[in-house]
Design a protein around this ligand. Structure first.
Ligand SMILES: Cc1cc2nc3c(=O)[nH]c(=O)nc-3n(C[C@H](O)[C@H](O)[C@H](O)COP(=O)(O)O)c2cc1C
Length: 211
């Protein structure tokens, strides 16, 4: 026979234990539900961002389902990242490459560069940067239309000389009081076109060994 006080302690411990189990269980359930909602929202945001780069009608696949891994120094990458292959009627129509410009005013600028199969730029968007608000942040579409100046450009239009900001006798505008940021982005987009040109068949899945 347990003394009265021990029995009461046992009962309290039991109640406390059950309460703890119920709490941990419900937190775990909530966490699971939230995680899958966050994953779905992230996927939706990715699809929206990728869809902004390529014109509607230029592809008919789900871009997130046609990823390839790229890890190229020429693209400023230090680890494997996903590129997205756009297909139209089963044939490659464009590729979206993850590109990092390492030499922004305040460090790396992360971009997505969409390139049509024929080597023209489909669109460029900034994924992340630490440039100065009011100066370097005009690379964001939300702040200015500058990033659209790459649309339709290629390695031959303009030629190598033109792939620079106007201050360096190139074709692209710099910003008032901010040349370093646009210079870094122009260089990175030009580099992405050169990389695409050198590895086109492999990137588009057209090379013999990519089959
Ligand atoms: C506080 C501060 C923040 C700046 N932020 C940027 C920036 O984000 N991007 C940029 O290109 N230049 C920025 N600049 C200006 C650069 O230092 C540089 O003067 C400008 O880019 C012109 O470069 P250039 O001499 O090569 O033409 C900043 C300057 C200061 C003082």
């Amino acid at each position: 026979m347990l003394p009265e006080i021990s029995r009461s302690m046992l009962k309290n411990a039991l109640v406390l234990g059950l309460f703890a189990i119920a709490t941990v269980g419900s937190v775990a359930l909530l966490q699971q539900a939230t995680a899958s909602r966050i994953a779905a929202a992230e996927r939706e945001a990715q699809v929206r961002a990728l869809g902004e780069i390529l014109p509607a009608g230029s592809y008919d696949n789900h871009l997130l389902d046609n990823r390839i891994e790229v890890n190229a120094r020429e693209l400023g990458q230090r680890s494997p990242q996903s590129a997205y292959l756009a297909l139209k009627d089963g044939a490659p129509s464009a590729l979206i490459l993850p590109v990092t410009a390492p030499d922004g005013y305040s460090g790396a600028i992360h971009l997505l560069v969409g390139i049509f199969a024929d080597g023209r730029v489909a669109g460029v968007r900034v994924l992340g940067h630490k440039e100065t608000p009011g100066l370097g942040d005009k690379i964001e579409l939300a702040k200015s239309q500058w990033i659209r100046s790459f649309d339709g450009k290629s390695l031959s239009n303009p030629g190598a000389e033109g792939w620079a900001v106007k201050k360096d006798r190139g074709e692209f505008d710099q910003f008032a009081g901010a040349t370093i940021t646009p210079r870094a982005v122009v260089k990175a987009v030009h580099g992405a076109l050169q990389y695409f040109d050198a590895h086109r068949a492999q990137l588009l899945g057209l090379a013999e060994d990519a089959q």
